[in-house]
Design a protein around this ligand. Structure first.
Ligand SMILES: Cc1cc2nc3c(=O)[nH]c(=O)nc-3n(C[C@H](O)[C@H](O)[C@H](O)COP(=O)(O)OP(=O)(O)OC[C@H]3O[C@@H](n4cnc5c(N)ncnc54)[C@H](O)[C@@H]3O)c2cc1C
Length: 451
């Protein structure tokens, strides 16, 4: 029998359009393995862990039950597995995140000592991070020119289906138990992903440019959990997009994901620290009062309906609409003066699509500490945002039953009702106008120090 090769699944939990798997299959029989890495498993919130387990179950089914699941630090786990089945190579899709790169260096050197080769092919992106630079050879820091270069660079077509000879190893191999979760997770696996993708491509993409900002309707693709785990590759979606305005808007959103991945690749420290380091001097609130306000934010009880609706959606669904992610993030940083990293951690605890690059840089964009940031002085007004993007209060009524009976005129600011906010719904935790000025004053103080 020919020597088997290991295929190490990571953020590419699919069979279709899998260049790294195709490279493995070209060498002979393949042992497909997923490593439950304690360094990643622990910090992932229960929602993401549950979706991962379901995605692995679906993957296992499409491999006729041959998926091997091992536990422990990847270098040790893979070395033992390669020894036990006599594999001479390990194939995987390249990881460009800070932890993944460090882990892969270690895996490569541990395997090399045993004469086993780690081969990294492809990436979770249409254009791998680091592939395109500005005319002067530096990484892009601004989205629009990056988008232009990214489109000009282009990407490979999806691969045709390839036959894989899966090798079954004697187990027992057991997936970890699914953590019990209250949220209704999206259907797992490639079939579920494609059902959602086809629905969006058939009926959603045409109106996407206008509908993507309206949280009260299903105006976006909801594909983020599948892209996060590589159940779908962006290449597969890009392949279906034409030049219509809706398709171009969708292409641009897919590109934001790639832009942030390249920013994090360039500056791994920006996962947890201000990309614009001088913004780290911003005065922040800490202590009991800040904790109380953070709790109000996290529990959807700030008294600002659009903020509360978003936070309730996050906790209930493990997902939040993009426009509302921006509004709640702005509120935490600029109305409550709380460090963006605290909000980003809370998001990562709950999001099924939680992705270090998109999350940290989504937060930094709003906080004004990131690349291509909205200027610090552009502060989201939670009432006017709510009126503009959820004028009829559909989103608010879905998530905040306490105010569902209010008329459109006051639902965005219930305290303006003659009798005040309805019973059971809190008054505003802070006054937006006051805190907006406070934020601008704080910004002015650090700007004076830069001069
Ligand atoms: C504070 C904040 C935190 C965020 N955290 C995450 C995160 O952890 N994981 C995540 O996938 N996205 C994150 N986003 C981006 C965005 O909100 C989600 O990707 C989007 O809401 C997912 O829903 P969808 O699939 O219906 O999006 P669609 O509008 O259908 O977009 C299609 C795909 O494009 C990508 N995309 C869209 N918008 C963005 C964006 N602004 N930045 C990066 N990629 C984008 C996603 O992969 C998304 O699935 C964050 C945004 C903000 C403002």
């Amino acid at each position: 029998m020919s020597t088997p090769t290991l295929f190490w699944f990571r953020r590419d939990l699919r069979i279709a359009d899998q260049p790294a798997l195709a490279a493995a299959a070209a060498e002979g029989p393949v042992v497909g393995v997923f490593v439950i890495d304690p360094a990643l498993w622990g910090p992932a919130g229960a929602n993401r862990r549950a979706f991962l387990v379901r995605s692995l179950e679906a993957l296992d089914r499409s491999m006729h039950g041959s998926l091997v699941v091992v536990d422990g630090p990847p270098a040790k786990a893979l070395a033992e597995l390669a020894d036990s089945c006599g594999a001479g190579t390990v194939h995987a899709t390249e990881d460009f995140g800070p932890y993944g790169r460090q882990r892969d260096d270690e895996v490569r050197s541990v395997l090399a000592r045993r004469g086993v080769d780690l081969r990294l092919v492809d990436s979770p992106y249409a254009v791998p991070p680091g592939s395109i630079t500005t005319g002067s050879g530096t990484p892009y820091k601004v989205f629009t020119p990056f988008f232009r270069s990214w489109k000009a660079h282009g990407w490979a077509d999806p691969l045709p289906e390839i036959p894989v000879e899966w090798l079954e190893l004697d187990g027992p191999w057991a997936l970890p138990d699914q953590p019990p979760v209250a949220v209704q997770l999206p259907p797992a696996g490639e079939a579920g992903a494609w059902a959602a993708a086809e629905r969006f491509l058939d009926t959603g993409v045409d109106g996407y440019a206008a509908s993507r900002d309206l949280p009260g309707i299903e105006g976006t693709s909801r594909l983020s959990p599948y892209l996060k785990w590589g159940v779908l590759h962006p290449r597969q979606l890009l392949d279906h997009l034409d030049d219509s305005p809706g398709a171009e808007a969708f292409r641009s959103e897919l590109c934001w994901r790639e832009f942030y991945a390249q920013v994090l690749y360039d500056r791994p420290d920006s996962a947890r620290h201000a990309y614009v380091s001088r913004m780290a001097a911003m005065e922040l609130d800490e202590g009991e009062e800040a904790d109380r306000r953070f709790e109000a934010w996290a529990n959807g009880r700030t008294g600002y309906p659009i903020v509360d609706a978003g936070m309730r959606q996050l906790v209930a669904e493990g997902w939040m609409h993009n426009r509302v992610r921006m509004i709640v993030a702005s509120f935490l940083v600029k109305d409550l003066h709380i460090d963006w990293t605290r909000g980003a951690r809370f998001f990562m605890d709950h999001l099924v699509d939680g992705d270090l690059a998109s999350n940290s840089h989504g937060w930094q964009w709003v906080a004004g500490t990131g690349t291509d940031a909205s200027p610090y002085f552009r502060i989201f007004n939670p009432v006017s945002q709510s009126k503009k993007f959820d004028g009829e209060g559909r989103y608010l009524r879905r998530w905040i039953p306490e105010i569902a009976h209010l008329p459109d005129r006051s639902i965005h600011a219930p305290w303006t009702e003659r009798t005040g906010a309805p019973a059971g719904y809190p008054p505003p935790v802070v006054d937006h106008d006051v805190e907006r000025r406070e934020s601008l004053d704080r910004y002015e103080r650090i700007r004076r120090d830069w001069a």
